[in-house]
Design a protein around this ligand. Structure first.
Ligand SMILES: NC(=O)c1ccc[n+]([C@@H]2O[C@H](COP(=O)([O-])OP(=O)(O)OC[C@H]3O[C@@H](n4cnc5c(N)ncnc54)[C@H](O)[C@@H]3O)[C@@H](O)[C@H]2O)c1
Length: 263
C-alpha cells in the first residue's frame, strides 16, 4: 500500500481494536497519530502519540491538524449508564467530526456496532438499510454516532464510513461469535478499504468475517472494496454448547437484565 495514506489519526489507539489497527497501519502510512486518554509510547519514527480526552473539543481539533483521515475508535464499548455513553460516544464523536470539518480531514471512519440492530431475529439476514433496533443504551449511542456521521456528510460534505463492527476477537470464544466474529485480519481489511475507497460521501457497512452463520449482508463491504476471508465455523467444534438458540441477534445483550443494572 505504501505511504499514499498520508497522515492517519487513530482515536482509542490503546484499546483492543485500536491496538490492532495501529499495528496493521504502522508502516503503511506516512504518519500515524495515536490518540487516547491513557498514555501511549511511540513505537516507530512514523508514530506520534497524544494523550487527549475526546470530550475536549479544542484538544481533539488540534490533534487532527494535517490529518488525511481519522479512524475513530475511542469511546465506551459496551452497556453503561446513558450519561457516560452520551459523553464518551455521542459528544466524543461530535468533537471528532467537528474537528475533522475544521481541519479539512478527507475521510472519517466511525466505529459503530452490530448492537445497533440487535433486536432483529437471529433467523433474519439484514442489511444496514434497515431501521435501527438497538439492544440497549450502548446501541442507542451508536445510532447517534451514525446520525452525526450522516449529518456531517450531508450538511458539510465530509466523507464518512460507519463500520458496524461485529465481535472483534483473536478467535471465537462463544456460540454467538459463530455469527458475529470479526477476525483481526478481516478488521484490518475493512479499515484499509474504508480508508482508501474513492468517491464516498457516506456509507454504513457491517464489518464481520465471512462466517457461515452470519446475520449480516456482506455486499456493502464488498462494494467498498473488501471481502472477508475468515469463517468462525472452523472454531465451532471447540466452542461450549449452547443451552437454547437465541431468538434475537444480540442474544443475552437484548435481555432486560443486561440494561437494568445500568439504570
Ligand atoms: N471490540 C468489539 O468487538 C467491538 C464491537 C463493536 C463495536 N466496537 C467499537 O469499536 C471501538 C473500539 O472498541 P474496543 O473493543 O477497542 O474498546 P476498548 O475499550 O478496548 O478501547 C477504547 C479506547 O478508547 C479510549 N477512550 C475511551 N473514552 C475515551 C475518551 N473520552 N477520550 C479518549 N480516549 C477514550 C480508551 O482508553 C480505550 O483505549 C468502540 O467504539 C466500540 O464501541 C467494538
Amino acid at each position: 500500500m505504501g505511504s499514499n495514506l498520508g497522515t492517519v489519526v487513530v482515536t482509542g489507539a490503546a484499546g483492543r481494536v485500536g491496538s490492532a489497527v495501529r499495528a496493521g497501519l504502522r508502516g503503511e502510512v506516512e504518519r500515524l497519530v495515536l490518540l487516547d486518554r491513557v498514555a501511549l509510547d511511540a513505537r516507530s519514527p512514523s508514530e506520534e502519540v497524544r494523550r487527549v480526552d475526546l470530550r475536549d473539543a479544542e484538544a481533539v481539533t488540534a490533534a487532527l491538524a494535517g490529518a488525511d483521515a481519522v479512524v475513530h475508535l475511542g469511546g465506551v464499548p459496551g452497556e453503561a449508564p446513558l450519561p457516560d455513553l452520551l459523553d464518551g460516544n455521542v459528544l466524543g464523536t461530535h468533537n471528532v467530526l467537528e474537528g475533522a470539518r475544521r481541519q479539512g480531514v478527507g475521510r472519517v471512519l466511525l466505529a459503530s456496532s452490530n448492537r445497533l440492530t440487535g433486536f432483529y431475529p437471529a433467523s433474519q439476514s439484514i442489511t444496514a438499510e434497515l431501521p435501527p433496533r438497538p439492544d440497549g443504551l450502548y446501541g442507542v449511542s451508536k445510532v447517534a454516532v451514525e446520525a452525526l456521521g450522516r449529518l456531517y456528510a450531508d450538511k458539510f460534505g465530509l466523507s464518512v464510513v460507519c463500520l458496524r463492527i461485529g465481535s472483534f476477537e483473536d478467535a471465537p470464544s462463544e456460540r454467538r461469535h459463530l455469527a458475529t466474529w470479526l477476525s483481526p485480519r478481516d478488521c484490518l481489511g475493512y479499515v484499509r478499504a474504508a480508508l482508501t475507497a474513492p468517491g464516498i460521501r457516506f456509507t454504513t457497512i457491517y464489518a464481520v468475517s465471512a462466517n457461515t452463520r452470519r446475520f449480516w449482508d456482506l455486499e456493502a463491504g464488498t462494494a467498498l472494496g473488501y471481502t472477508p476471508v475468515d469463517d468462525a465455523e472452523a472454531f465451532a467444534p471447540g466452542l461450549p454448547p449452547e443451552e437454547d438458540s437465541p431468538d434475537l441477534q444480540s442474544g443475552v445483550y437484548a435481555s432486560a437484565e443486561y440494561t437494568l443494572r445500568h439504570l
